[in-house]
Design a protein around this ligand. Structure first.
Ligand code: ME8
Length: 535
C-alpha cells in the first residue's frame, strides 16, 4: 500500500428518507439529498468507509392513486417517476452508493422477514379497526386534529376506514424507546425534535398502530406472509429500506459491516415514524437500532409552502440548468449556507444569485485569481519556496478542527461561514501586505511568503468547501496545479490531506475566473472555461 493510503477509519452509513414517487422531485427532496451528500463526501474525505443510501418509496395508496390518474399501471408509473429522481440526483452530483426502490425483490424479502419476526414474537396481532385515514399522511388521524374536517397538512377530509388489520404492539415498546432516547442524547436530534418525541411518548393516545391494509383497500404493496387478504402497509415497508439497502437477508457480511446506520437524515414531518416506530420495530425484530436520527427543517419557495395548487413546486433540474456549468454547486451552496439545518428555510432566486455571487465569484474567485496572477508574475507560475510559519496558516489549520465540530452537529451554515471568514481574511491580508509592492522593492522573500500563505489557504479552502461545491473545488484544485482527474480532492486515501501543505515548485494553472457571476444575463454564465489567460 502506498504510504499515503491508510486503513479506513471506521464506517459511516448514512441514509435519506425515500421519496414518494407520486409526484416529481422538488426542492425539499433536493435539500435533504444535498445535505446527505455533503456529509457523505465529508466523511469520505476523513478516510471513513462511507455507505450512502437514498432511493424512492414506491408502494402505497398515494402512488397507486397517482398512477391511476396518469392512466398507467403502478409499475410503469413508478419506473417513469423513479427515473426522474435518479436524473435529478445526477444533476445535483449526489454521490450515493446505492439507490433503493421499494418495489425491488430484495426488499420484499426483508419486509416479509421483519413482519414474520414481529408476528412470531406476538408483537403483531390482528384486530378490527375503524378510524379516519389520510392518504396524504399515509396515517390514521384524530378527529380533534382536523381543521374544518380537513387534515391540517393535506387540506382534504380523511376517509373513514373500517377493516380488520394487523397491528403492531407499540405500547410494549414505548418505555424502551423512552429509555433509549434518554440514555442517548444524540439518538434523536436536533434538540427541539428530541423533546417533541419525548412528549409524544407521554401521550396515551400514541398506541398500537396498523401495519397492514386489506387487499380490497390497498393492492399496491407487499403481501403479508401467509395471509393473501392483507397487504403490508407503507411504514413497515418504507422504513425497512434502511436495512435492505445494506444487505439484510441478502448479504450478511455487508450488513454486519454497515449496520447500524450512523445517521438517518429525514425531514421534520416524519420524525415520529423514524424516532418511535422504527426503533420499536427493530427492537421487536432483534435488530440493533440506528445511532442517530436527524430531522431537518422545511424549505419554502419565495416565502410560500410548496404546493401544486400555487404552482411553486420547482423542479430541481430546471434550477440546476438555469445557473449554468456550476448550477448544481450554486444550488447546493445556497441551500445549505442560507439556513441553519435544524430550522425552516426559504429558497429565493434573488437571494441565491446574490449569495453565490458574493461568496463564490467575488470573495473566493477573486482570492484565487489575484493570487495566481501574482504567482505568475513574480514566481514564474510556481508555488514559491517560503518560510513555513505564519499566523494565517495556523488559522487555516485550526479551521479544520472548528469545521469538524460543526459538521459533527450538521451545522452546515456555520461551516460555510467559517470557510468564508478565512477567505475574507486572506483577501484583506493580501490587500494589507501588498506583496506586489514588496517584490518591486526587492523584498522577494517576504513577497513569496505572503503568496505561499495565500496559496496554502486556498488549498485548504478548496478541501473544506469540496463537500458543498465539488465541481468548483475540483476546478480550484486544478488551478492550484494538482492532478486533474476527477475525484482527486475527495480521495479518501489522502487521509492527511487537510494538514499537508502545498508543495513549493508546483506549477499553478492560472486559467482565469473560476466562477463567474451568475444570473446577470440569460446565458448560462458560470463556467470554468479558460478566459483571459495571463501567460
Ligand atoms: O415522507 N422541505 O416521502 P416524501 C424540506 N416516503 N424537506 C422536505 C420538504 C420540504 N418542503 N418536503 C418534503 C415520505 N421533504 C416517505 C418517507 S422514509 C422511510 C419514507 C422531505 O416524498 C420529507 O420530510 O413526502 C422527507 O424527509 C423527504 O422529503 C421525502 O418526503
Amino acid at each position: 500500500m502506498p504510504s499515503t493510503e491508510k486503513a479506513p477509519r471506521g464506517k459511516y452509513y448514512i441514509t435519506t428518507a425515500i421519496d414518494y414517487v407520486n409526484a416529481s422531485p422538488h426542492i425539499g427532496h433536493a435539500y435533504e439529498k444535498i445535505a446527505a451528500d455533503v456529509l457523505a463526501r465529508y466523511h469520505r474525505m476523513q478516510g471513513e468507509d462511507v455507505f450512502f443510501l437514498t432511493g424512492v418509496d414506491e408502494h402505497g395508496s398515494k402512488v397507486e392513486k397517482s398512477a391511476q390518474q396518469a392512466g398507467k399501471s403502478p409499475k410503469d408509473f413508478c419506473d417513469e417517476m423513479s427515473s426522474k429522481f435518479i436524473t435529478a440526483w445526477k444533476n445535483l452530483d449526489i454521490s450515493y452508493d446505492s439507490f433503493i426502490r421499494t418495489t425491488e425483490d430484495r426488499h420484499a424479502l426483508v419486509v416479509q422477514e421483519v413482519f414474520r419476526r414481529l408476528r412470531a414474537k406476538g408483537d403483531i396481532y390482528k384486530s378490527s379497526y375503524s378510524g379516519l385515514y389520510c392518504d396524504g399522511c399515509e396515517d390514521f388521524v384524530r378527529e380533534r386534529d382536523l381543521v374544518d374536517g380537513n387534515c391540517v397538512f393535506h387540506k382534504v377530509p380523511p376517509k373513514t376506514v373500517e377493516e380488520e388489520n394487523y397491528f403492531f404492539k407499540l405500547t410494549k415498546y414505548k418505555p424502551l424507546i423512552k429509555e433509549w432516547i434518554e440514555a442517548n442524547p444524540d439518538a434523536v436530534q436536533p434538540e427541539g425534535r428530541r423533546k417533541e418525541v419525548l412528549n409524544q411518548l407521554e401521550d396515551p393516545e400514541l398506541g398500537d398502530f396498523s401495519v397492514s391494509r386489506s387487499r380490497a383497500s390497498l393492492s399496491w404493496g407487499i403481501p403479508v406472509p401467509d395471509d393473501a387478504d392483507q397487504v403490508i402497509y407503507v411504514w413497515i415497508d418504507a422504513l425497512s429500506n434502511y436495512i435492505t439497502g445494506v444487505g439484510f437477508q441478502t448479504d450478511e457480511a455487508k450488513f454486519a459491516q454497515y449496520w447500524p446506520a450512523n445517521l438517518h437524515l429525514i425531514g421534520k414531518d416524519i420524525t415520529k415514524f423514524h424516532a418511535i416506530y422504527w426503533p420499536a420495530m427493530l427492537m421487536g425484530a432483534d435488530i440493533v437500532v440506528p445511532r442517530q436520527i436527524y430531522a431537518h427543517g422545511f424549505i419554502t419557495v419565495e416565502g410560500q409552502k410548496l404546493s401544486k395548487s400555487i404552482g411553486n413546486v420547482i423542479d430541481p433540474n430546471s434550477l440546476v440548468a438555469q445557473f449554468g456549468d456550476y448550477g448544481s454547486d450554486a444550488l447546493r451552496f445556497y441551500l445549505l449556507a442560507a439556513t441553519p439545518f435544524d430550522q425552516d428555510g426559504d429558497y429565493s432566486r434573488e437571494r441565491l444569485i446574490s449569495t453565490v455571487n458574493a461568496a463564490l465569484a467575488n470573495n473566493l474567485g477573486n482570492l484565487l485569481n489575484r493570487t495566481l496572477t501574482l504567482v505568475d508574475k513574480y514566481c514564474d507560475g510556481r508555488v514559491p519556496i517560503s518560510d513555513p510559519e505564519h499566523t494565517l496558516r495556523e488559522q487555516s489549520n485550526t479551521i479544520h478542527v472548528v469545521i469538524a465540530q460543526h459538521m459533527e452537529r450538521l451545522e452546515f451554515a456555520k461551516t460555510i461561514d467559517a470557510i468564508l471568514a478565512l477567505v475574507d481574511q486572506t483577501n484583506k491580508y493580501l490587500a494589507d501586505e501588498k506583496p506586489w509592492a514588496l517584490f518591486k522593492e526587492g523584498k522577494d522573500l517576504q513577497g513569496r511568503d505572503i503568496l505561499y500563505t495565500s496559496l496554502e489557504v486556498i488549498r485548504r479552502v478548496a478541501m473544506e468547501i469540496y463537500p458543498f461545491t465539488p465541481k468548483l473545488a475540483q476546478a480550484i484544485w486544478h488551478q492550484l496545479g494538482y492532478e486533474d482527474h476527477v475525484g482527486t480532492i475527495g480521495d479518501s486515501r489522502k487521509l492527511d490531506g487537510f494538514f499537508d501543505t502545498i508543495e513549493p515548485g508546483q506549477i499553478v494553472r492560472n486559467e482565469g475566473p473560476i466562477f463567474r457571476r451568475i444570473g446577470e444575463d440569460d446565458e448560462p454564465t458560470a463556467g470554468s472555461k479558460p478566459e483571459g489567460k495571463k501567460k
